[in-house]
Structure formats: structure tokens, C-alpha cells
Ligand binder design. Structure first.
Ligand code: TYD
Ligand code: MG
Length: 462
């Protein structure tokens, strides 16, 4: 009997080798290569002959012909998904991968989208048919969540007459069987929760392996295009932030949605980092509450605490999340250190940034930061990567050190250079305008001050 063709696939990055080796040559992970059957001509031929005759290649023009969208029910999410003024939201036939850490709320958000889905127009409203492929939880668990969320939804929109969707659960682990059943059901929306818990009968590997995850995603994608039905696929992420197993998954799907947030905070940011139907620079802001995801249309209410005004070490800064300017609160606590190497601790901000700011304040503003422990945090539990918060943090450190508060009517926008200079940041005007809309009277930035020392002098905290 001829030996079946196999290939060794790295479970981290998807790199393939013809024979086993200890280390992946692409991502250098050790012991990550697993033998998988090669999806060669034999598999394709089998597929053509198989009973799943609908699993043929998708017709490209068919998608473009019926390229239309419907609302996810959430303005915050629709904006992230893109579209023009009249037509925003979920594209029919799109495959959307929803990624995020376990427990962040992927199943919750998809359940809520299902509940909000309304097919037809206002006058010709018809019941939406939702297919839920449950690989992770059993249908009873999901139904419990649906009923609970539906009760909240009904209370909120008691005046609106809305047809509740009909839910259909699929408990098989085989994606091929599920798709055959889906073709019969003709649902309006499909939820696959999660891709790691399904397997394709074409391959022998266990559910969750790179080969399986890829196979499951590609058959689901073919099905979605063929039936012009949108499919949400849940994908877990690993500790270091990659979608568990293969990066290859991202290439197959149309949209990659990421839900992020701190476990300790109820704030959830939803953004796309791949979107074939729109820009990837928008962010939707939600809070995880008892009633599930709740839209936050004015994030500053969450990101700026009311009680901290007038406390030394608290300042406002204008940041950009995607293309959206946000006003956030930065906090610093500076206390005398009894360590030879004082502590530098940050939450929502990188350590090297704190060290640079401390050194700049020491050298160019003559503040004795080196004898103090510095703790910095971004209120609300978000993580900020852009350097535009430098100036805010520098002022917060100085304010805490001098024990002098900074007025709440001031906001700070600017990167701080190694020479103590305030640098310009992209979209400074839109950040400033948004801060002013929220009641900020004076903006400190590259335009108003050339150095950090000058900013501190004007504030009287130097
Ligand atoms: P879940 O959607 O199950 O997360 P994931 O699918 O990403 O693993 O949500 C998990 C958490 O969300 C759970 O710890 C409880 C919380 N939660 C709420 O706070 N409110 C709710 O209405 C629901 C359904 C969940
Ligand atoms: Mg889940």
C-alpha cells in the first residue's frame, strides 16, 4: 500500500517541512512540528465525490453581486465593521473571526448580535434564523445565556415591536456534518463557537491542531460565500496574544475582530485588525455589565474618574484609539524610595517609557526623581502604546512629586523627546477639538510649549 502523504506543520506559525525536525525554521519554536496528512489532490478528489456536493469552490462574482450589509444592532460595532452612511455593519457572506482571551466576552457579544439581528425592513420584518454551532458549551448553557440577555433586551426596548430570532443549535463536532445541516436550514447568521473545538473529517488530526483549524475555517468560508450568509467564528488567543495555533487563519477570513480589555476592568474595546470591507482604524467601546455588552458612546465618562479632580498626580491626556480621539485620565504616585534602585511600575504603559520620562525630568527639569519610586497608571484599564501620552505622564509625575494638583480644565498632548522637548503628534488638532468639546479649556502641546520644563513652569510645579 502506498504510504499516505504527510507533512510536518508547526503548530505555532503553520510553517511546513517534509520531515520532522526539533525546531521550526520560521518561528524558532521548539517541538512544535506535528505530522499531518497533506491536503493534496487525493483529498480534493474525495471532496468532489463526497456527499457534501455543496462544498465546491466559491463563485467570486456571486459575493460581489450581493454585497450588502445589515446592522449588527450596535452603532459602536457597525462603525468598526465599516461601510458608508446608508449601509453599515455585517457584510452578507463575510467570515468574521472574533478573537480574544478566554472569558473576555466573545460568546456574549455574538449572542447579543444574534438577539439584535432583524431581517427585512421595518415594515417587512421577519424572524431571523440564527445557527449556533456549539463546540464549547452545551445548548442548555447557551440557551440560559440567551434567555437572560433577552430579558434585559426586552426590558430596554419595551416599546419597540421586534420579532425575536429563532435559534438553532448544532452539537456535532464534525464541521462537515454541521454544514450539511446548515445548508438545509438556510440561516441568516451563523455562529461557530469556537473554531478550535471543531474538526473536519477530511483530516485525521485532533480538533484544535493547525491543520484542523485551517481546514474548518476554509470549509466554513466556502460555505459562507456560497450561501452569502455571514459567519462569525470564535478563535481563542494564546497568552502572548496570537490567535491560538495558526496565524494562517487570519489570511482565510475576511474580517478579524479583536475584543480586548483587562480582566479587572469592565471596559471592552472592539477593533478590527484586518477588514476586507472597511478600514481597520476604528474602535468600538463597550462595558461588560450584568446585561452583557453595553455601548459606551461617550468613553470619557468611563476613562475619567469624577472623584479624582484636584488630587496631585492626576492629569488628563488626549489619545487616539484608531481614528477616534479620547480624553483619558493618567495617574502618577511618586513616593520617596528606600531602595538603591527605586521602583518603576506601570499599568497600561510600558516600563521603558517610565524610565525615559523619569530621566528626562531629572536631567532637564531638575527634579530628583531618581530618589523616588514612580507608579503610573492609565485609569479605566486601557493600554496605551502611543507616545502622545508622554507629556501627560511627565506632568503627572511632577505633580505628584511636588504635591500640587493640576486643574481639570487642562489637558496634555505630546511626545517627550530625550532632550526634554515637547514633540508634535499626529492628529493633534482633532485630539484638541475633542478635548475642548468635553470641557477642557486649555491644551498643553507642541504648539503651546517647546519644552517640558516650560510646561511645568507655567503650572508652577517645578
Ligand atoms: P463569555 O462570553 O463566556 O467569554 P468568552 O466566550 O470570550 O470566553 O463571557 C465570559 C464572562 O462574561 C463571564 O465571566 C461572565 C461575564 N458576563 C457578564 O458580565 N455579563 C453577562 O451578561 C454575561 C453573559 C457574561
Ligand atoms: Mg465562549
Amino acid at each position: 500500500m502506498a504510504r499516505s502523504e504527510t507533512v510536518f506543520v508547526c503548530q505555532e506559525c503553520g510553517w511546513q517541512a517534509s520531515r520532522w525536525q526539533g525546531q521550526c525554521a520560521q518561528c524558532h519554536t521548539w517541538n512544535s512540528l506535528v505530522e499531518e496528512p497533506l491536503a493534496g489532490p487525493s483529498v480534493v478528489a474525495k471532496k468532489v465525490n463526497s456527499t457534501i456536493s455543496s462544498l465546491t469552490l466559491p463563485e467570486v462574482e456571486r459575493l460581489s453581486r450581493s454585497f450588502s450589509r445589515f446592522s449588527s444592532g450596535y452603532d459602536e460595532l457597525d462603525r468598526v465593521l465599516g461601510g458608508n452612511d446608508k449601509d453599515v455593519g455585517i457584510v452578507r457572506g463575510a467570515v468574521l473571526l472574533v478573537s480574544g482571551e478566554p472569558g473576555i466576552g466573545k460568546s456574549t457579544l455574538l449572542t447579543q448580535i444574534g438577539l439584535k439581528t432583524v431581517m427585512g425592513t421595518k415594515d417587512t420584518q421577519k424572524q431571523a434564523v440564527i445557527a449556533y454551532l456549539c463546540g464549547e458549551e452545551n445548548p442548555e448553557q447557551i440557551l440560559l445565556r440567551i434567555n437572560r440577555l433577552q430579558a434585559f433586551e426586552a426590558k430596554e426596548n419595551s416599546k419597540q415591536k421586534k420579532t425575536d430570532p429563532s435559534w438553532h443549535f448544532f452539537t456535532t463536532q464534525s464541521i462537515d456534518k454541521a454544514l450539511v445541516a446548515l445548508s438545509k436550514l438556510q440561516p441568516d447568521l451563523v455562529i461557530v463557537d469556537s473554531v478550535q473545538s471543531f474538526r473536519s473529517e477530511e483530516l485525521t488530526g485532533a480538533a484544535g491542531s493547525v491543520g484542523q483549524v485551517r481546514a474548518v475555517t476554509s470549509v466554513v468560508t466556502q460555505w459562507a460565500k456560497e450561501h452569502t450568509t455571514p459567519v462569525f467564528i470564535v478563535g481563542h488567543v494564546t497568552k502572548d496574544g496570537g490567535i491560538a495555533g495558526p496565524k494562517v487563519l487570519e489570511h482565510i477570513v475576511d474580517v478579524v475582530i479583536e475584543i480586548s480589555g483587562e480582566r479587572t476592568s469592565d471596559l471592552r474595546l472592539v477593533r478590527t485588525y484586518k477588514n476586507r470591507f472597511g478600514a481597520t482604524d476604528e474602535v468600538g467601546v463597550f462595558r461588560m455589565m450584568e446585561q452583557g455588552f453595553v455601548e459606551v458612546s461617550n468613553p470619557t465618562d468611563v476613562l475619567v474618574q469624577q472623584g479624582t479632580s484636584g488630587t496631585p498626580g492626576s492629569v488628563l491626556a488626549g489619545i487616539l484609539e484608531g481614528t477616534r480621539p479620547l480624553l483619558i485620565e493618567l495617574q502618577a504616585l511618586v513616593v520617596r524610595s528606600n531602595l538603591a534602585m527605586p521602583r518603576r511600575v506601570g499599568r497600561g504603559v510600558g516600563l521603558s517609557r517610565i524610565q525615559v520620562l523619569a530621566a528626562v525630568l531629572e536631567k532637564h527639569c531638575k527634579l530628583q526623581v531618581s530618589q523616588y519610586d514612580v507608579f503610573l497608571s492609565v485609569a479605566g484599564g486601557i493600554v496605551v502604546h502611543e507616545p502622545a501620552i508622554d507629556l501627560g505622564f511627565a506632568v503627572a509625575i511632577a505633580s505628584s512629586l511636588a504635591n500640587k494638583p493640576v486643574p481639570r480644565s487642562y489637558a496634555f498632548i505630546g511626545e517627550v523627546g530625550l532632550l526634554g522637548e515637547v514633540r508634535s503628534v499626529p492628529y493633534a488638532d482633532s485630539r484638541a477639538r475633542s478635548a475642548q468639546r468635553l470641557g477642557v479649556e486649555k491644551i498643553f502641546s507642541h504648539q503651546s510649549h517647546k519644552t517640558v520644563a516650560a510646561v511645568l513652569q507655567e503650572l508652577g510645579i517645578r
